[in-house]
Write a protein that binds this ligand. Sequence first.
Ligand code: XMP
Length: 315
Amino acid sequence: MFDSALFIEEAAQKMKNEIDDIAIIACSGGVDSTVAAVIANQAVGDKLHCVYVDTGLMRKNETKDIEDMLSSLGLNLTTIFAEERYLEALKGVTEPEIKRKIIGELFIRIFEEEQDKVNAKYLVQGTIAPDWIESGGGVRDTIKSHHNVGGLPEEIDLLVVEPLRDLYKDEVRELARKLDIKVAERQPFPGPGLAIRCLGAVTKERVYSVREACSIVEEEFEIAAEKGKMQIPWQYFAALLPVKSVGVHGDVRAYGETVVVRAVQSLDGMSAKFSEIPYEVLQRISTRITNSLKESVNRVVYDITHKPPGTIEWE
Ligand code: XMP
């Protein structure tokens, strides 16, 4: 049985002993990094600098929501706006593993710049067990190099502290509840953000499309769940596929890309079952996506693949 109070106490004590200088933490607003930041803040207080990087690959309204949430937890927060740098670095890149590596490396580079500014010696990270197990840290083959792991350059000159390294998602959520963190019930969002939901090239326009589509999926599922029409899935989102098909708007031929809607039930992200969604809800999502993204998307499909054999994300 996982004892969250004891875990927090021990992790904070361990960090207190380990961190004798300035530390920085990358806050993404996700449950993992937020829990790690709050525990580190308890352990070292003023020595901790929280940095949020707006990669331009986040969900709709996410930056403001994250800033509000992190500040309300009493964390010392700096936001760095880096959308243009990410788009430039990802220009022309379509291979998922290369995207992840570029995103991870740029993320670290931005941190190194910040580290120089605040003179940090430690990097606290919210890495959890599935991140490194699926990145080949254990005996398994590399499935995907997760953001927090794959992007770390060998010569990083910060000492890495990972208090949640042995935990699974459900345990981290338990910690969040214990710490009264509002993000606790929120669905997971991958470190590389919308870049890995934009299959193919990552451009400003395509990121905009997938951001709108994700937002529509979230809204419609949440409304339907509130009305008792369905259970809210563990994770639910849209991805943009570089598959063009012929459509029709009014009586004019259209040729646009495809959005896939993904919704799964899972406990820890290691395995998952696709969720059964009422057709009525899927139909509203399809209509809204094709209406609001008329210029770029003219087909919406639903993914009925479990994990395994599929992964939850498409890249
Ligand atoms: P997959 O797609 O591997 O995803 O079945 C399992 C869970 O992990 C999330 N995910 C990530 N989380 N960095 C993260 O922090 C990543 O690079 C990453 N890739 C996938 C995914 O959203 C799902 O919840």
